[in-house]
Design a protein around this ligand. Structure first.
Ligand code: ATP
Length: 446
């Protein structure tokens, strides 16, 4: 049976995020700041794991991709050349009845206002530029304008020559970057799915023009597989090719990796053939030659670019949605059934890999528990929790998605062993402290 969207999942995940410290509404003590979020103690780990998993697969495990970290503040010249000053717009309409504003192309019914229900109440659509503008230095005004980057991609294009000259790479090769981007979205929403400040994970892969189609296919498949390998069920993912009228001004082909969110299929990542558009534009506007000279073939050319562009924050949300599960289980130690909420994260994505739990707060258990913790901490992100009944602590770790709990009890004092509890099966094994690290390493397979 094909997977179906589950609208009830949205509130469950948002509530869990607040309750367990994944994501908080920003500036909450001041009443919140619309559609802006802060990542809490567990959310920051989740987000970091998503970014690390991307970097590992896109940079660390490859010989043909290098990373950079470019500035967020950027001069208008970059955005003039890239086409963003003219083209990076969304169609904005106002409802004449309730005065709410909407992004016209995202309306479910273009005739009906989703806020007040009025029909045919929209103004003509006008183009609204999504870039945030600010001023550098103490004098505001012409000449001091700068933009917060709306994508990380241009950082790779403007550094193409620097990287080519210093990294000893030649096409086909890529430049990758993870970082914040800013878009003054008309209608942010759906929790962290669409926000005005978000993080992107983008890679520009420079190829000989004749190889562009092949590499486009390669990156579409490689990027789709990345999500599957990290535990998102294959039937909640799909690759959707854009129709000709959807394509960006620079692209000859784009496919989106889509995830089945609670509201239906929506984009996680776009893979685009950007041709030589960006390098050509920057060449024209900067006056610098950005061609690559292929010595073997004796020819100069502007490489084509295949770009997989993903959102880190949006992807973190997809991992949360995909991992969320509820089940009825026998209460541990007793026969009765009770509901259990568990995040079945892939170990690489899970915020904590291991939780260390002394059965009681008594000093004679605290000491060996801290000893176990300090043996594991250099290897994994660990949580330590000594309050409440052990069953409730297990439930908390289930809701954080921690793959293994290590419990220190009074027997530990004599047998020098601990209980290792598996998140998914809830099976418990007695493991000697001496072999604990290897036991966990073998199972976590990080
Ligand atoms: P949309 O059509 O949804 O506005 P887009 O196609 O313009 O998005 P891209 O420019 O391709 O998005 O950006 C690449 C990725 O960056 C997206 O697939 C998404 O994961 C992420 N992203 C883009 N805009 C936002 C946002 N406002 N909030 C969170 N993530 C975003």
């Amino acid at each position: 049976m094909p997977a179906a969207p589950d609208p009830a999942l949205f509130d469950k995940v948002v509530n869990l995020c607040k309750r367990r410290g994944f994501v908080f509404p920003s500036a909450e003590i001041y009443g919140g700041f619309r559609s802006t979020y802060d990542y809490g103690p567990v959310g920051v780990l989740l987000l970091r794991n998503v970014k690390d998993a991307w970097w590992r697969s896109m940079v660390q495990l490859r010989h043909d991709v290098v990373g950079i970290d470019a500035a967020i503040l950027s001069p208008p010249a970059i955005w003039e050349a890239s086409g963003h000053l003219t083209n990076f717009t969304d169609p904005l309409v106002d409802c004449r009845v309730c005065r709410e504003r909407f992004r016209f192309d995202k309306l479910e019914d273009p005739e009906v206002c989703p806020n007040c229900g009025a029909e045919h109440s929209f103004t003509e659509a006008r183009r609204f530029n999504l870039m945030f503008k600010t001023y550098a230095g103490p004098v505001e005004g012409a000449g001091a304008e700068v933009y917060l980057r709306p994508e990380t991609a241009q950082g790779m294009f403007v550094n193409f020559k620097n990287v080519l000259e210093t990294s000893r790479k030649r096409p086909p090769f890529g430049i990758a970057q993870i970082g914040k981007s800013f878009r003054n979205e008309i209608t942010p929403g759906n929790f962290v799915f669409r926000t005005r400040e978000f993080e992107q994970m983008e890679m520009e892969y420079f190829v000989p023009p004749a190889e562009a189609d092949r590499w486009y296919e390669y990156w579409c498949q490689t990027r789709l597989q990345w999500y599957v390998d990290l535990g998102i069920p294959a039937d909640s993912l799909r690759l959707r090719a854009h129709d000709a009228d959807e394509l960006s001004h620079y692209s000859t082909g784009t496919s989106d990796v889509e995830f089945l969110f609670p509201w239906g299929w929506d984009e996680l990542e776009g893979i685009a053939n950007r041709t030589d558009y960006d390098l050509r534009q920057h060449e024209e506007h900067s006056g610098e030659r950005l061609e690559y000279f292929d010595q073997a073939a004796g020819e100069r050319y502007l490489p084509y670019v295949i770009e997989p562009a993903a959102g880190a924050t949006r992807t973190a949300m997809a991992f949360l949605m995909a991992a969320y599960d509820e089940e009825e289980v026998a209460r541990e130690g007793q026969g009765q059934g009770e509901p259990r909420t568990v995040l079945r994260f892939h170990p690489r994505i899970a915020p904590y890999k291991v939780a260390v739990l002394p059965l009681s707060k008594k000093p004679e258990l605290q000491e060996p528990a801290i000893d176990v913790l300090s043996r594991l901490q250099p290897h994994f992100m660990c949580d330590y929790d000594e309050t409440q009944a052990i069953g409730r602590r297990y439930r908390r770790q289930d809701e954080l998605g921690t793959p293994y709990c290590v419990t220190i009890d009074f027997d530990t004092l004599t047998d020098k062993a601990v209980t290792v509890r598996d998140r998914d099966s809830m099976a418990q094994d007695r493991v000697p402290i001496e072999g604990l690290l290897e036991h966990l390493q073998a199972r976590l397979d990080l």
